[in-house]
Design a protein around this ligand. Structure first.
Ligand code: PGA
Length: 236
């Protein structure tokens, strides 16, 4: 399986900043096979202009949203639905711990959103803090077989420019336990303070199928270097 590298820009970048980022990043994207899956997860207003630019230059880049409404359509001021995202992105990040911490999102909400994503053929990337999250979700959705799981302990998320990554060995143990307990052969990624110094430690482990990068994805030259490294760990 080829490795996956996800940029989670969070609530950063204007349209102009996103397009300038892409201009700098694009030339570093290798062409042909053996590429890692590179996915940019951006705020809603950036998705359409990014999609247009990616299409115009035929870049091997996919787009994801960082959240989606609990409702399919209707009187839900300020929300963005799966119907509106379908055709615009391939992926949706669900259940990031920042959604839980700042917006009161529950695992039941995440389960409902997973079902909505499937209905509209959007692939959910599900963030899990631990095995307890996985067990709670499993009770609420028919199957997690068509998903990508992201193990991201909240304490490992970078804060105010400080990286606090988990040890790759510890991540391998948790990722392996997800795989063993669930019996699923879905990709499991790691997120939390991934940067140029530590990315190889995570990607070198065959159990870890890729990484989610927050802070270190904001500068295009840094993310280009991370992507180049991911390329070295092509299909195994
Ligand atoms: P970080 O963010 O790489 O800045 O720790 C990762 C994330 O929260 O997805």
């Amino acid at each position: 399986m080829k490795k996956i590298i996800v940029a989670n820009w969070k609530e950063n970048k204007t349209v102009e900043e996103a397009l300038s980022w892409l201009k700098v990043f694009a030339p570093s994207l290798a062409k042909g096979e053996n590429l890692p899956g590179v996915i940019i997860c951006a705020s809603f207003p950036l998705l359409y202009p990014l999609r247009e630019e990616i299409g115009r230059h035929n870049l091997s880049l996919r787009l994801g949203a960082q959240n989606v409404s609990l409702y399919e359509k209707g009187a839900y001021t300020g929300e963005v639905s799966v119907r509106q995202l379908a055709g615009l992105v391939d992926y949706v990040l669900l259940g990031h711990s920042e959604r839980q911490k700042y917006f009161g999102e529950t695992l039941e909400d995440v389960a409902a959103k997973i079902n909505l994503c499937w209905r509209y053929h959007l692939a959910p990337f599900i963030f899990l803090r631990d095995l307890g999250d996985w067990r709670a979700l499993e009770q609420n959705v028919p199957s997690l077989a068509e998903t990508v799981l992201v193990y991201e302990p909240p304490a490992a998320i970078s804060k105010a420019g400080v990286y606090r990554p988990e040890e790759p060995g510890a991540v391998v143990r948790v990722v392996s336990s997800f795989k063993a307990v669930s019996g699923l052969s879905v990709p499991v990624l790691y997120g939390g303070s991934v940067n140029e110094k530590n990315i190889e430690g995570f990607l070198a482990a065959p159990e870890i199928d890729g990484v989610v990068v927050g802070q270190a994805s904001l500068k295009p030259d840094v993310f280009a270097r991370l992507t180049k490294i991911a390329q070295r760990y092509g299909p195994s």
